[in-house]
Structures are given as structure tokens and as C-alpha cells.
Design a protein around this ligand. Structure first.
Ligand SMILES: [Zn+2]
Ligand SMILES: [Zn+2]
Length: 315
């Protein structure tokens, strides 16, 4: 762990957003890289963007109490972005959260949340015997167009704007822009290179954009025909070369890519492609990378515990 590692519990300046990557991988389940999830802290607000498999484990590794987070904003319904919701909801209640988990997402999210309630009816019934109610509930707010989906900006909080991006058919995927004071952070969700994102991210402080490995490399690594690899890498997702173009067009203070296979033989060629069209600050996101967005934009690894105990009162 480097000397300047982030220590959980560290104070956050009034003019800063802190963004912790809880998962930076792809739908391929990997022990060493969780699926998509971002933990955002700004003023009194703390929330998640997406909650893929592995995200709850990375969250608890920071030894942050579950009581700290009762909001999850979902970009779309692929399993690598929502597959950790059930565990974050019920695990969070079991180990401390006493308020409902609130989930925001595109059309279909309410059905998914209802489905989770049905699937886990017995689970919840059995736990209500020992646990106080409240946290066993999960609620949903759907949004179906571009616009503000959450706003506490004028009370010293954040404004979250969802905007439609271009991913898989039928299209139902959103990127998210988070504003806090003078700071702006944009999260792409999953998208191919698209104008809506470039418009919303222009001049932002931090842009976390997805990237998929170059098609040839992905075909080789995943044992797929090149035509399929090209479709996945370049039609459903954004190639590293195109991410470089997005960064060049939006000029964020820092560009971070996620949704990657963080292997040395992928990261090197990906960075080379990004660099073809972009000379600004860029980093490859990794699990438990902490990004402070303030007067400076800095990145550090988080000190974490792989076998944490619950934090705070749990009953
Ligand atoms: Zn997706
Ligand atoms: Zn994805």
C-alpha cells in the first residue's frame, strides 16, 4: 500500500467530492475485480451509482457502516450493474441500516425491486424475528427521460441528472452527472461513444467512462469470433481509442476508465489507444481507487480489510 493511501474515515473538505470505485470489471465474474459500482460522498450525501456483484464486499472492506448509505442510482439493468443490489439491501439491513433502501433507475427498475421483494419474502420474514424493521424495505423511483432525478443541491447536497446514452437494444441505459457546489462528476454507465455524454461531460472535473478492450485482443482472450468481439467492444461499448476521443472532446480535469479487464497485457494496449487522441490526465480505474475531486483531483488506493467485521450497532 503506498504512503499516501486513503484511510477510511478521513475528513472530506466542504468543496470536495470523494469518489471510491467499488467495482471496475465486466460481466465476467472475477475474484480480483468486482463488477460495476461507485461510492460517492459529497457534503452530507453518500450514495452508490450501480451495485454489481462484488460491490457489497468492497463496500464493507472500507469499514463504512451500512447506515451511511440508503440510496442507489442504477444506470441500467445488466447483471454486472445490479447483481449486488439484493445483497446490499438485505445485508445492509442485517448489519445496521434501519431505513428503507431507495433505488432510482430507468423503466423496469420497479419490476426488479418488486421481484426482489418477492424472491426474498421468506428471507425477510425469518430475519424480522431478530432484527428491527425498517431496513427490510426497499423502494423505487423510476425515471424515463433526461433530467434531474435527485436534487438536494440548494441544501448543500448534490444534483443528479440522468441522460440517455447508447448501449444495447432495446435502449434503456442512462449516464449520470453529479453536481456539488462547483464540482462536476460524470459517470458514463455503459455506453458506446455518444454525443449526449460528450455534451453533459464537457469541461467536467472528473469523467469516469467505460471502456472495453480492443476487439482483436478481446476476441483472443474471450475465445470469441472477431465479428462478435467487434460488436461487443465497438457497438455496445466504447473502444479505448474512442474513449480517448471522448476525453479529448470533453477535456475533464481527470479521465478515468472502468469496465475493463485490468490485466497488464490489456491495460498497456488500451492506454496506447487512448493516447492516440488524448494528451490529458487519464487513469485506469481499479477496485478501491479513491478519487478526491477538489482544488486538486487526486487518486489513491484505499486501505481496506478483506475480512472486516460489521461497523456500528447491528440490532
Ligand atoms: Zn451493460
Ligand atoms: Zn456493464
Amino acid at each position: 500500500m503506498s504512503d499516501n493511501a486513503f484511510s477510511p474515515g478521513e475528513a472530506l473538505a466542504d468543496d470536495e467530492i470523494r469518489v471510491t470505485l467499488l467495482g471496475t470489471g465486466t460481466p465476467f465474474p472475477r475474484r480480483g475485480q468486482a463488477c460495476a459500482g461507485v461510492f460517492v460522498e459529497a457534503g452530507r450525501e453518500k450514495f452508490l451509482l450501480d451495485c454489481g456483484p462484488g460491490v457489497p464486499q468492497n463496500f464493507t472492506s472500507l469499514e463504512t457502516p451500512f447506515t451511511a448509505v440508503d440510496k442507489v442510482f442504477v444506470t441500467h439493468h445488466h447483471v454486472d450493474h445490479i447483481g449486488g443490489l439484493d445483497h446490499f439491501w438485505i445485508g445492509g439491513w442485517t448489519y445496521g441500516r434501519r431505513t428503507p433502501l431507495k433505488v432510482w433507475g430507468p423503466p423496469g427498475t420497479a419490476d426488479i425491486v418488486d421481484g426482489l421483494r418477492r424472491i426474498y419474502a421468506w428471507d425477510i420474514e425469518t430475519r424480522l424475528d431478530a432484527l428491527p424493521p425498517g431496513g427490510h424495505e426497499v423502494t423505487c423511483v423510476e425515471f424515463d427521460r433526461d433530467g434531474v432525478i435527485y436534487d438536494s443541491f440548494d441544501q448543500g447536497g448534490v444534483r443528479i441528472t440522468a441522460f440517455k446514452v447508447v448501449h444495447t437494444e432495446p435502449q434503456n441505459t442512462y449516464g449520470m452527472k453529479i453536481e456539488y457546489g462547483e464540482r462536476v462528476f460524470v459517470f458514463s454507465g455503459d455506453t458506446k461513444k455518444c454525443d449526449a455524454l460528450i455534451e453533459h461531460a464537457a469541461g467536467c472535473d472528473l469523467l469516469i467512462h467505460e471502456a472495453f478492450p480492443p476487439a482483436e485482443l478481446y476476441a483472443e482472450k474471450s475465445n470469441r469470433p472477431i465479428e462478435i468481439a467487434k460488436k461487443i467492444s465497438e457497438i455496445y461499448h466504447t473502444s479505448p481509442r474512442e474513449v480517448g476521443e471522448v476525453f479529448a472532446a470533453t477535456r475533464p480535469r481527470l479521465g478515468v476508465i472502468y469496465h475493463m479487464y485490468n490485466n497488464n497485457d490489456v491495460v498497456g494496449p488500451a492506454l496506447d489507444q487512448i493516447r492516440e487522441g488524448y494528451r490529458g490526465a487519464v487513469e485506469i480505474g481499479y477496485d478501491l481507487m479513491v478519487i478526491n475531486v477538489g482544488k486538486e483531483v487526486t487518486t489513491r488506493p484505499a486501505i481496506h480489510d478483506d475480512k472486516p467485521w460489521p461497523v456500528g450497532r447491528t440490532a
